[in-house]
Design a protein around this ligand. Structure first.
Ligand code: AMP
Ligand code: GLY
Length: 443
């Protein structure tokens, strides 16, 4: 590597990208970190420009590496366009991003390569899908089903039909979910095809692997809290919090995941001309019958990323460059043994779209350290005042920010996160009070 320090652009406006920028900023190899589209290191501004603008921006700011955080841009081929123009980019190309972009592709891929996942059927015809569910109900009225749109649906395309109290409700729910998923006004092209799959029961875990097309190395595990309210109640969201800790999985479970899910995926994708580079995020269910794949994502999770970045000890920049160049072999990633926790502050009525903008006060009372960070998402600062000490913060979206902490025990990290959150004054805001409780066996 030459002595020239690098300019790195992180693309995407969420807390995930903010935490990536925070970590990248710590690298001695880095000159400056940018967040698209504005030149405001470490301050997310949302985005909305086309790909051509990203390219212009890279030339203007002499960007050496672009880190693409967001699945829609990966599925649209942003990495391909950057690489074609000679700009290094971290993340999968369009051909490989299909692992997240089409659930139907992902399920057939698992079948072709013997990767353990839920039983499934693909449907493009609505009546056939209804008929299938009706027949299944006759065979086993107690079975639970999951209905998914094939394409990207911002985390809203999955309905888990497992109401235990009355099995007839399951059937009603499954029929309604088929109609919703295939409603083109709601999901557009994403719902032209749906998948109906067996509902798996067990503990869910997010597992990450860093990939370079040929090699994959484990990149930590986290638990995501998807429901909006305490006790896993309320609607599904992008994620209201996360916990990362070294003992979320045993060494044997990690080996099992690498050998039976990650490596076969790397080999299979390469064999099909879709070499996978970047972060492969496996959503897993630890079932009594073994570890099964629920879904693949082709980027970091949000808010899992915030919890992982808090624990990451290795320099992220060389790892990202080696992933992009196909040179990861022999490398390892080091994480702190201390657990971390991320609690998301969202604006009511998230996950419904918000109507009002609201001021967030008290952020200056939080002391930012290596063990405690506020990662911003849908929040803008008062432009007249310089980062990082603006006078005003205005929330403009659902997930506004997260407080992420690390400590020698998860209990201590949890206590710290909630103490810091109490310093924030945001009448429109809400956050879950039970992030980490299940891992601490408080429930
Ligand atoms: P997704 O939007 O694809 O991230 O899926 C949302 C959530 O649906 C997952 O995180 C799981 O909690 C749940 N899910 C997806 N597939 C299944 C399945 N086959 N069995 C049980 N739960 C599932
Ligand atoms: N937190 C789950 C995701 O980012 O998809």
């Amino acid at each position: 590597m030459s002595d020239k320090k690098l300019n790195i652009l992180v693309v995407g406006g969420g807390g995930r990208e903010f935490s990536l920028a925070w970590k990248i900023h710590q690298s001695p190899l880095v000159n400056k970190v940018f967040n698209w589209p504005k030149e405001k290191p470490l301050m997310s501004q949302g985005f909305g420009l086309g790909q051509e603008d990203v390219f212009d921006y890279c030339v203007k700011e002499k960007i050496d590496l672009v880190v693409v955080g967001t699945e829609t841009l990966l599925a649209d081929g942003l990495v391909d366009q950057l690489v074609q123009r000679g700009i290094a980019a971290f993340g999968p190309n369009q051909a490989a991003a299909i692992l997240e972009g089409s659930k139907g592709f992902m399920k057939d891929f698992c079948a072709r390569h013997d990767i353990p996942t839920a039983q499934y059927r693909r449907f493009t015809d609505r009546e056939q899908a209804h008929k299938f569910i009706q027949n299944q109900y006759i065979i086993n009225p107690l079975a639970n089903w999951v209905i998914k749109t094939d394409g990207l649906a911002a985390g809203k395309g999955v309905t888990v039909c497992n109401i235990h109290k009355n099995c007839n409700d399951n059937l009603v729910m499954a029929h309604a979910a088929i109609d919703t998923a295939m409603n083109d006004k709601k999901f557009g092209a994403a719902g032209l095809e749906i998948i109906i799959e067996e509902c798996l029961i067990g503990r869910e875990i997010s597992f990450f692997a860093l990939c370079d097309g040929k090699t994959a190395i484990p990149f930590g595990a986290a638990k995501d809290y998807k429901r909006a309210y305490d006790g896993d109640l309320g609607p599904n969201t992008g994620g209201m919090g996360a916990v990362s800790a070294p003992d979320l999985l045993t060494a044997a479970q990690e080996r099992d995941i690498m050998e039976n899910i990650i490596f076969p995926t790397m080999r299979g994708m390469a064999a099909e001309g879709r070499e996978f580079k970047g972060i492969l995020f496996a959503g897993l269910m630890l079932t009594p019958q073994g570890i099964k794949l629920l879904e693949f994502n082709v980027r970091f999770g949000d808010p899992e990323c915030q919890a992982l970045m808090m624990r990451l000890k290795s320099d992220l920049v060389p790892l990202m460059l080696e992933s992009a160049r196909g040179e990861l072999a022999g490398h390892q990633v080091q994480f702190s043994h201390d657990p971390s926790i991320c609690v998301v502050l969202a604006q009511k009525p998230y996950p419904e779209p918000i109507i009002n903008w609201g001021e967030v006060r008290g952020l200056e009372k939080i002391e930012l350290t290596n063990d405690c960070q506020v990662f911003y998402a849908a929040i803008a600062n008062d432009e007249k005042n310089n980062f990082p000490h603006p006078k005003k913060y205005i929330a403009y979206g659902g997930r506004v920010l997260s407080v992420t902490t690390k400590a020698p025990t998860l209990a201590a990290a949890q206590k710290m996160a909630y103490e810091e959150l109490q310093k924030i004054d945001f009448p429109n805001g809400f956050y879950r009070r039970d992030i980490g409780n299940d891992v601490l066996k408080k429930v």
